[in-house]
Design a protein around this ligand. Structure first.
Ligand code: MG
Length: 454
């Protein structure tokens, strides 16, 4: 029996209510569809997400001889996306440190293939079923849930839930998740989305919004409106694929979708459709999180690495030393792979190893490496440079508060030092203005001459 399936694509993207720019990108072709959530700050994130979609776009409309070929091509396109984003970042210092998530699907022969990196998501909603997330988030909290250190509920609302552990454009090597192809059925809905949707909305809300008779464009509009109603903390991007069964495929979205083998239940493995498999064994490689990661006590390692190091020596992880010490540098690079994170305050993503912030240590303005938070008891920062000689209490109160809260971030040690120098000037100006007996910003209890380098 021949059965035709048609896939209609709908999409929408919105900046949300907090961000100034939309760094998400989306792709709806005829056979390939994707979302990418860029990171790296203004413009860089947009470049990253746009660049990552180009190799995916090139697959659109291509014919493949087998499931395996389609899957391989999709994975190779994601690997190429990684190469492209890394290359752009290398070529332009303004773009260095950029990255993006990438969740891409291709539809061939009535089957959905998925390749995925990051914390954007693909969902399947099958008529009469509850919605199921097809992709695994590459996030710190997801890892901690798997390690039994956080509950699923805690993870859903954790302030550092957008700390991601894998992204396109960050490292030259990329590990890509894929799944066995999913046999599409009439009535299926596939939702690709960035975390700007799934942060504010839970699975039940997504199901309610998808499970309606309205037009797909209207569903996309409602998804975005709901995320915005819930605060719209991030860019929101949705691609919705609706599968319908017809006998006609001409002009349909799936030009090469003509026949389907008997449909196994979703998640059923190993039963390749006889018509096209043409080989023994599973038809797809499955790239999931490598086994050694799950057996490794990853969080323990993180905890060790992220402990304040060399506080007494006043250095912590020193980049120059790392270069001179290969063993140490690998560890640091490994850490960079593991923890790519969203700074909650600025909303911008940064590599932990490249992230700095100004904080307070024993009353002194201090430069830290990492982010000013703990996740499940794991400290994600350590002292980069102390001994600035600037007392936090001497700063104007609103700046002092920001310093105490670790809200002043910097993209590099140089930038952090520059900020500290500005603070030093502020303190000196305040002293000049108020004279020796201040009652304003400076602390009268602080003996003069104390605020110097030890
Ligand atoms: Mg996002």
């Amino acid at each position: 029996m021949t059965r035709g399936l048609r896939v209609e694509a709908h999409s929408a993207t919105d900046v949300g209510r907090v961000r100034e720019a939309n760094e998400d990108s989306l792709l709806t072709g005829s056979t390939v569809f994707a979302v990418a959530d860029g990171m790296g700050g203004h413009q860089a994130g947009e470049v990253a997400s746009r660049t990552a979609l180009e190799p995916i776009r090139e697959l659109d409309g291509q014919m493949f001889a087998s499931d395996q070929d389609a899957q391989d091509a999709l994975i190779e396109a994601v690997v190429e996306a990684n190469r492209a984003v890394v290359a752009e970042g290398d070529a332009d210092p303004k773009l260095s440190g950029m990255g993006t998530t990438l969740t891409a699907v291709t539809v061939r022969d009535g089957k959905l293939h998925i390749a995925h990196v990051g914390d954007s998501r693909a969902y399947l909603l099958r008529p009469g079923d509850s919605i199921s997330q097809l992709t695994t988030d590459h996030t710190l909290v997801e890892q901690l849930v798997r390690d039994g250190r956080l509950s699923r509920e805690e993870a859903a609302t954790h302030p550092q839930r957008s700390v991601i552990t894998r992204a396109i454009g960050v490292e030259r090597e990329i590990e890509v998740d894929s799944l066995p192809p999913i046999e599409l059925q009439p009535g299926d809905q596939i939702l690709l989305c960035s975390d700007g949707l799934t942060g504010p909305l839970d699975d039940a809300e997504l199901t309610d919004l998808l499970d309606s008779d309205v037009d797909g464009d209207e569903v996309c509009r409602r998804l975005i409106a709901s995320a915005n109603d819930a605060g719209g903390p991030d860019n929101i991007t949705v691609v919705l694929l609706r599968v319908s069964g017809t006998r006609q495929t001409a002009g349909g979205a799936l030009a090469d979708t003509e026949s389907l083998p008997p449909v196994p239940p979703p998640g059923g493995e190993g039963r390749d459709g006889p018509p096209s498999a043409g080989q023994d064994g599973p038809t797809t490689r499955i790239h999931t999180r490598s086994e050694d990661v799950s057996t490794d006590d990853w969080a323990e390692r993180m905890g060790h690495l992220a402990k304040p190091q060399g506080v007494d020596a006043g250095t912590g992880l020193n980049l120059k030393r790392e270069r001179g010490n290969r063993g140490r540098r690998i560890v640091v690079v490994g850490l960079a792979v593991v923890v790519l994170l969203a700074l909650a305050a600025g909303g911008t993503y940064a590599l932990l190893s490249r992230a700095y912030f100004i904080g307070d240590l024993d009353g002194e303005v201090t430069i830290f490496h990492g982010i000013p938070s703990d996740v499940a008891g794991i400290r994600l920062h350590w002292v980069a440079e102390r001994g600035t000689g600037v007392r936090t209490d001497d700063l104007p109160p609103f700046i002092a508060d920001r310093v105490r809260n670790g809200e002043v971030t910097a993209a590099s040690l140089v930038e952090a030092r520059r900020t500290v120098e500005r603070y030093r000037e502020l303190v000196e100006e305040a002293e000049d203005d108020t004279g020796p007996d201040p009652d304003g910003a400076t602390d009268p209890d602080e003996p003069e001459g104390e605020a110097t380098r030890p």
